[in-house]
Design a binder for this molecule. Structure first.
Ligand code: PBG
Length: 334
């Protein structure tokens, strides 16, 4: 006798075969979703491993020119550059940030010349250049907002002139997007240079390995960035940050870190429907890599699942240190 009350809907029927699982799959990760953050060193033929990020290297421009060929061949749309600035070039005023011949600008010119089709994203913030490691200028122990923006404007313009396609302010000063937009427009970059705003950037413990990689950890010492980066407890504040950055002219907005903040990604995408990006930061990479290297996680599977989760949360793209590895894997599966 059939029990008519027994569920006539069985969710497992569609999961029975790979073809029907494929048919109902809602989200997909492709190489088009990947942005690769890379660390650039001074000098030539310099290459150093980042201890706290297994599989990540920092290297000089000449070596990047060779390595980026594979990223271009795989179809990674863009790379995000971060400079490792020698201590002797750091000071209280972050003057090196405004130098049109600084490491970032030299790297951009060289990369653009070699790979004109590769999108180039330039981080804008003062932490690589300040002796204290804060993202802005410090007066009486406080990171001052408006004087910092004067420097960020100049930093943005020299980066745009060097060939960066996207200016990505990660500093979290108030009002900087509008001021940077105006400075770029005045310098003739109104149609060409996009702004990716680190809009909802949290004061996170997950940035630790990055600060090792760019060498800002020792400068920062025991101080933190809580007077400008957001409190991890907050959601509404993220929405207000994004709304302001969009009103000020941001073309793309970002949520950072990534996986612990997928709720923010979803809410931003739902409320604004704008190009939305997530940054899977250094600490997230280190956790997954560390576990995989110890045999505690399947490295490839956990990497792909984590990246897919960003798509499911509504991200249009992901800044990830896994970009090259994931693109290789996607290619081998296609
Ligand atoms: C600094 C900056 C940070 C990251 C990107 N830009 C660190 C910080 O705010 O201290 C972190 C990226 C990562 O952890 O992968 N403006």
């Amino acid at each position: 006798m059939t029990n008519t009350n027994f569920p006539n809907t069985r969710m497992r029927r569609m999961r029975h075969d790979e073809w029907s699982r494929r048919l109902m799959r809602e989200n997909r990760l492709t190489t088009d979703d990947l942005i690769w953050p890379i660390f650039v060193l001074e000098g030539s033929n310099q290459r150093e491993a980042v201890q706290s990020m297994p599989g990540v290297w920092r290297q000089s421009i000449d070596l990047w020119l060779k390595d980026l060929q594979e990223a271009v061949n795989l179809g990674i749309p863009a790379v995000a550059l971060f400079p490792v600035v020698p201590v002797e070039k750091k000071n209280e005023e972050a003057t090196e940030a405004m130098n049109p011949d600084n490491l970032m600008c030299r790297a951009a010119r060289a990369i653009k010349e070699a790979y004109p089709e590769l999108g180039l994203i330039g981080d804008v913030a003062l932490d690589p250049y300040t002796s204290h490691g804060q993202d802005g200028l410090v007066v009486d122990g406080y990171v001052v907002n408006d004087p910092t923006i004067d420097v960020l404007e100049k930093q943005s313009v020299v980066q745009a002139q060097a060939g960066f396609d996207v200016i990505a302010p990660s500093d979290m000063m108030d009002g900087r997007i509008g001021r940077i937009r105006a400075a770029l427009d005045d310098a003739g970059f109104e149609t060409k240079t996009r702004i990716m705003a680190y809009s909802a950037k949290y004061a996170s413990a997950f940035y630790g390995p990055f600060r090792d990689a760019v060498g800002s950890k020792s400068s920062l010492g025991k101080s933190d960035k809580r007077t400008y980066q957001m409190d991890p407890a907050n959601t509404d504040e993220a929405i207000r940050e994004v709304a302001m950055d969009l009103a000020e002219g941001a073309d793309m907005v970002m949520v950072k870190p990534g996986m612990p903040y997928l709720d923010i990604v979803r809410r931003v995408k739902d409320e604004f429907g704008c190009p939305t990006y997530a940054y899977q930061v250094s600490g997230e990479y280190a956790m997954l890599k560390g576990a995989a290297e110890n045999g505690w996680l399947d490295g490839d599977a956990s990497m792909m699942e984590a990246l897919l989760a960003f798509k499911r949360a509504g991200a249009d793209g992901i800044l990830t240190y896994f970009a090259l590895e994931a693109a290789r894997l996607l290619k081998s599966q296609s």
